[in-house]
Write a protein that binds this ligand. Structure first.
Ligand code: HSE
Length: 400
C-alpha cells in the first residue's frame, strides 16, 4: 500500500483525488501497488464532501507521518509550497507537483535534495498540463542535441488568440468572454503578459541543456497588444498569430523568448487551437517531434500528476536521474537573434519605412490610413534601431 497526501484541494488537487479514486484498479496494475490518498491539506473546510474525512489543516501531520510515501503538491505559488516540498523530500517522501512557478524557481535545487535523500521530485504536469513532455525530454530524447523547442504553452492565451482569429473580435472583449467561460482568471496577468509561458519554456530549456535557465532572463512579451486589425492583416495572407515560448541553440549560444508570432499553415503549430497546447522539439538527429494535447484543465493535469505518482512508486528506493544542474546558463543577447517582422505604420510613414526596410513585402488588408509590410530576416537590434525612426503601430515577429 502506498499512501499519498495531496497539498491543496483546488482544481488540480481535487482532480488528483478523483484520478486516484476512479482509476484505482488501473493504477494498481501500472504501479504494482494499491495507491490510497491518506490526507488532503487545505485551509478550507469541505462540508458534505467525502474529502472532509481525510482533510487536515496542519502540514506537520503529513510531514511527520512515516506512513506517507508520496506528497502531491498542488497548491501553486512558490511559498509555502517550496518549504513543504523541501521538507517532504528531506523526510524521505517523493514529491509530484504541477507547480511551474516552484519548478522554474527551484527545480534544480529540489532535484538535488531529492537525490540526497534517495527519493524523487517529479513535475510532469508543470508544463503542457496533461501532455507528456518532461519525461520524454528527460528519458526519451536522450540521443540528440536539442536544437530548438517551440511551444504553445498557455491555454488561456491560445483560446483568446484562436477566438480573435476566427471571429475578428478585439482583445479586451475576447478576454472578457474567456473570463466568463472560466478559461481566463479574473486576474489574467500571468497568462496574457506571457509570465506563465515564460516559466514553462524556462523549465523545458533547463531540461534540454541540463543547466539552470533563469526565467527572469527570458525576454517575455504577452498578447495584450495584439488587435483585431493585426488578425485582419494575418488573415489576408493565410496566417495567424500564436503566443510562442521558444528556445534555440545557435552555435554555442542558447536564446529563449516568449512572444506572439505570426505563422501560417506550413508551421505544425498553426492548427493548435483553443485551450490546447503543443510543444515542437527539434533534435539534431530526430528532426521535429510534436507533443500535442490538453495543456490545462482539472483531469488532464491531474492525470499527468498521477502518472508521476506511478513513476515514484515504480522507482521507490532510487532516484531517477534528471539532467538539470544548478549551474546557471547565460542566455544569448536578444539583439543578436535573427527574425522577420510584420510591421504596421501610419500611411504617412510609408516612404520612410520603404527606404529603411529594403526588400520588405507589403501586406494588404484594406485597412484605411496604414501601410503594413513584412521585413526580410534581420537581427533584432537592427530592427529595433530602424523601427525607432518611424511610428510603429504594432509589430509581430514572423516565422515563415
Ligand atoms: N493558466 C495556464 C494556462 C494553466 O492557461 O495554460 C495551465 O498551466
Amino acid at each position: 500500500m502506498i499512501n499519498v497526501s495531496v497539498l491543496g484541494y483546488g482544481t488540480i488537487g481535487s482532480g488528483v483525488v478523483e484520478v486516484i479514486n476512479t482509476n484505482n484498479k488501473k493504477l494498481k496494475e501500472t504501479s504494482g501497488e494499491e495507491i490510497k490518498v491518506k490526507y488532503v491539506l487545505d485551509l478550507r473546510e469541505f462540508e458534505g464532501n467525502p474529502v472532509q474525512k481525510i482533510l487536515v489543516h496542519d502540514y506537520s501531520i503529513i510531514a511527520n507521518d512515516p506512513e506517507v510515501d508520496i506528497v502531491v503538491e498542488a497548491m501553486g505559488g512558490v511559498h509555502p509550497a517550496y518549504d513543504f516540498v523541501k521538507e517532504a523530500l528531506e523526510k524521505g517522501k517523493s514529491v509530484c507537483t504541477s507547480n511551474k512557478e516552484l519548478v522554474a524557481a527551484h527545480g534544480a535545487e529540489l532535484l538535488e535534495v531529492a537525490k540526497a535523500h534517495n527519493v524523487n521530485f517529479f513535475f510532469e504536469a508543470s508544463v503542457g498540463g496533461g501532455i507528456p513532455i518532461i519525461r520524454p525530454l528527460n528519458e526519451c530524447i536522450t540521443a540528440d542535441e536539442i536544437e530548438e523547442i517551440t511551444g504553445i504553452l498557455n491555454g488561456t492565451t491560445n483560446y483568446i488568440l484562436t477566438k480573435m482569429s476566427k471571429e475578428g473580435a478585439g482583445f479586451e472583449e475576447t478576454l472578457k468572454d474567456a473570463q466568463d467561460k472560466g478559461y481566463a482568471e479574473r486576474n489574467p496577468e500571468a497568462d496574457v503578459e506571457g509570465h506563465d509561458a515564460c516559466r514553462k519554456i524556462a523549465i523545458l530549456t533547463s531540461l534540454a541543456c541540463g543547466k539552470q535557465v533563469n526565467y527572469e532572463d527570458i525576454y517575455t512579451e504577452g498578447i495584450t497588444k495584439i488587435s483585431d486589425v493585426d488578425f485582419k492583416y494575418a488573415g489576408s495572407i493565410g496566417a495567424s498569430v500564436k503566443l510562442f515560448g521558444t528556445s534555440k541553440k545557435v552555435g554555442d549560444e542558447i536564446y529563449a523568448m516568449v512572444s506572439p508570432v505570426m505563422i501560417n499553415e506550413t508551421n505544425p503549430l498553426y492548427s493548435v487551437s483553443d485551450v490546447f497546447n503543443a510543444v515542437l522539439v527539434k533534435g539534431n538527429m530526430l528532426g521535429n517531434t510534436m507533443f500535442y494535447g490538453a495543456g490545462a484543465g482539472k483531469l488532464p493535469t491531474a492525470s499527468a500528476v498521477v502518472s508521476d505518482v506511478v513513476q515514484a512508486v515504480r522507482h521507490a528506493g532510487e532516484t531517477v536521474e534528471t539532467r538539470w544542474s544548478k549551474e546557471p546558463v547565460k542566455l544569448g543577447e536578444m539583439g543578436q537573434l535573427v527574425n522577420r517582422f510584420f510591421v504596421r505604420v501610419a500611411e504617412g510613414d510609408k516612404a520612410k519605412a520603404q527606404s529603411l526596410f529594403a526588400n520588405a513585402t507589403e501586406v494588404k488588408a484594406d485597412v484605411a490610413g496604414e501601410y503594413a509590410f513584412i521585413t526580410e530576416a534581420m537581427k533584432e537590434e537592427e530592427f529595433s534601431k530602424k523601427a525607432e525612426e518611424i511610428n510603429v503601430i504594432n509589430r509581430i515577429r514572423v516565422a515563415f
